[in-house]
Design a protein. Structure first.
Length: 395
């Protein structure tokens, strides 16, 4: 019979080995976490430069960096409280900036144009609530809208001249206000959130959107929708009732907030209300889906890193007020930065995101955030915190 002392010794050895194994496992996890590399960013609190004419921004709901590293944004010019034209101590403040603004890399305004919301503009119908901006490979500027009657999009020159209008305002309803068109419409849209022009085919991908439940692909030559699809590549169903138990919806819960094409010909679709990114082929065949965050609408937009492989994607989360850094090959979230707040590096309604050719990130904020921010690319570094918080400049 084994003695109590021998049994105790054996038990102690097993315990010691278990502790050693656990410690080794924790060390391995720590080493792996520290060895993971991700692009890192630091907010530039002095970008952009002050705007002229006491201009200020309203809810900022669209962003793109063109092929010449000009940073384009669209905002709504909506003032709140006493800020509109207020006089404080003899100094006039503030006046809405034109809805379309473009900045150079130094933060100087190089373009500023556009009418008030819902106005006629050079014979075209300006959106009642502009939403999303894109500058294509030929230099044309595209603008959508998510107002109640915004069933159209505009194509313009960089000086603000209208080239073409696709669809017409208020096309979804009849004279009595009844909705007569929906996600099967081949001529008009349902509050487009974002536009992406594919330089390979010159087709226009529409995140469509707020009323409709689809990605629509527009043929610029015919002005008609060539193809469209809903979640998982299903036919969109406007009457579908989303599951109440939190199960993944078989339709886009919406708003469908982005539909961007990567260099390897995949379409990344933001289903914001379902906190997911769904990936498709350009033909609309479902590839995969990926969820981010635990609560709320977390997938507001995507931007690709500017390296040839577009190794990383960046996802602004306007519910949880942060930007998620994701390895595109695996869709694994590596880290995130930002938090809710008013100071540089914080967010209130983080909405749109874009990258320039140097790897810098730009973001806009809706609601009361009402601003554009720049986050300078600081190179690749080991990930030492999954949640970084505000990325302020080092002292």
């Amino acid at each position: 019979m084994r003695s109590k002392r021998g049994m105790a010794g054996a038990a102690g050895l097993v315990l010691a080995l278990g502790v050693l194994w656990l410690a080794q496992g924790q060390l391995q996890n720590t080493v792996e976490a520290q060895s993971a590399q991700a692009p890192m960013f630091q907010v530039d609190p002095f970008w952009p430069n002050p705007m002229p004419n006491a201009w200020t921004l309203g809810s900022s709901i669209g962003l793109w960096v063109d092929d010449n590293d000009v940073i384009w944004m669209v905002h709504r010019g909506n003032m709140t409280g006493g800020e509109a034209g207020a006089v404080n101590g003899g100094a006039e403040c503030c006046f809405p900036a034109p809805p379309i603004l473009a900045f150079d890399l130094e933060g100087n305004i190089v373009h500023a144009w556009g009418p008030e919301a819902g106005a006629m503009y050079q014979g075209a119908e300006w959106p009642s609530s502009n939403h999303g901006i894109f500058v294509d490979h030929e230099g044309y500027v595209w603008v959508g809208g998510n107002g109640g009657g915004d069933s159209h999009i505009l194509k313009l020159t960089q000086d603000g001249n209208v080239v073409q209008q696709f669809g017409h305002a208020n096309a979804r309803a009849d004279a009595s206000g009844n909705m007569v068109r929906g996600s099967d419409d081949m001529e008009s849209f349902g509050r487009v959130a974002k536009i992406f022009v594919d330089e390979v085919t010159n087709e226009v991908y529409l995140a469509d959107g707020y009323f409709n439940r689809r990605v629509a692909v527009l043929n610029q030559d015919t002005g008609m929708v060539d193809r469209y699809w809903g979640a998982y590549g299903n036919a969109p169903d406007d009457m579908y009732e989303h599951p109440a138990d939190g199960a993944p919806s078989q339709q886009f819960r919406g708003p469908v907030h982005c539909a961007d094409v990567s260099v390897d010909r995949l379409v990344y679709v933001c289903d914001r209300g379902s906190r997911r990114i769904q990936i498709f082929t350009t033909a609309g065949e479902f590839v995969s889906e990926h969820f981010f965050g635990d609560i709320g609408a977390s997938t507001w937009d995507v931007a690709f890193s500017p390296d040839p492989e577009q190794t990383y994607i960046y996802i602004p989360d306007g519910t949880n007020q942060r930007v998620r850094v994701v390895l595109r090959e695996t869709m694994q979230e590596l880290t995130q930065f930002g938090q809710g707040g008013r100071y540089p590096g914080m967010f209130f309604g983080a909405h749109s995101i874009a990258t320039d050719s140097f790897g810098n990130i730009y973001t806009t904020e809706t609601y009361e955030g009402k601003r554009i921010q720049k986050f300078a690319y600081m190179g690749m570094r080991s990930v030492d915190a999954r949640v970084q918080g505000p990325t302020w400049p080092s002292q």
